[in-house]
Write a protein that binds this ligand. Structure first.
Ligand code: 39A
Length: 213
């Protein structure tokens, strides 16, 4: 489907999506959890699968009390594999989860320190963490000003006849239009909205729009 509206920058795209009220049934930052550890799990489990499958794995992980990095490091791998089976690639993802939990504890000592001081470079050095997963962790779990630029976003922009050479080109395009118009965006909200929250909601609006269109 080709879209009739034309957009000149990501601020125009943001306005196009904003008027559709796509997040009215979602929490403020769109990602359905305020628990940063659960967001980290979800960001890795969602690779190459549907979110509904991730939700099933997250429920299983809660049921077996995987609530901290230490729980993840200590759980028997077979039990972890069983719990995350719904989200696919269970052997690969279980190893990745265990490894990142151990590496966070070794490098930062705690999840709180990880949230405040991890860098994008450090995340990208972790096995199985690409741009999209790293930015999802930074944006939603660590509340940093990084916009996720995923395949949904690329597909949506193709409908507006945009093409990008790389993930980082797309991300820069998304962030630039928002940053340049930050003051105008803030005025559209009747609550205090940070740049991070705008990025969270913008990304959420893109996914919800693409699921419906
Ligand atoms: N692909 C996705 C999602 N689809 C999602 N939700 C729906 C809520 N999250 C949080 C992450 N990735």
């Amino acid at each position: 489907m080709q879209l009739l509206t034309s957009i000149n920058n990501s601020y125009d795209l943001f306005l196009f999506l904003k008027e559709k009220d796509l997040l009215k049934e979602h929490c403020i930052s769109w990602w359905p959890s305020s628990n940063a550890f659960e967001i980290l799990l979800g960001a890795i489990l969602t690779q190459n699968t549907k979110w509904t499958n991730v939700e099933k794995s997250l429920i299983n992980l809660k049921k077996i009390n995987i609530l901290t990095l230490e729980d993840l490091v200590n759980i028997d791998i077979q039990n972890l594999i069983f719990a995350i089976t719904p989200s696919g690639f269970k052997n690969q993802k279980s190893k990745r989860l265990k490894l990142i939990a151990a590496n966070i504890l070794e490098e930062f000592g705690s999840f709180e320190l990880f949230k405040s001081s991890c860098t994008r470079t450090w995340l990208l050095e972790q096995k199985g963490i690409g741009f999209e997963t790293a930015d999802a962790i930074l944006c939603y779990a660590c509340k940093r000003d990084f916009m996720v630029a995923d395949k949904y976003t690329l597909k949506l922009l193709q409908k507006f006849n945009y093409e990008f050479e790389s993930y980082e080109d797309l991300q820069a395009w998304l962030e630039y239009g928002i940053n340049e118009n930050y003051d105008k965006i803030v005025q559209l909200y009747d609550y205090k909205i940070s740049l991070n929250l705008i990025y969270c909601r913008f990304h959420g609006k893109i996914i919800e729009f693409m699921k419906k269109n």
